[in-house]
Design a protein around this ligand. Structure first.
Ligand SMILES: [Zn+2]
Length: 50
């Protein structure tokens, strides 16, 4: 288990504060609420507004 899976519950979407889930196939985090997709680069989720 990598750290993202361990801490997924405390990560939240920077736009809407919604919960995120990990798409392991695409290696991305996706917001359950607004559907925004965040890349994971070298194991670090990029949770930035841009
Ligand atoms: Zn969101």
């Amino acid at each position: 288990m990598n750290w993202i899976e361990k801490y997924i519950e405390i990560l939240q979407c920077p736009y809407c504060r919604g919960d995120l889930y990990l798409d392991k196939d695409k290696n991305k985090l996706i917001c359950k609420k607004c559907g925004k997709v965040y890349d994971i680069i070298d194991g670090i989720p990029i949770l930035l507004r841009y």
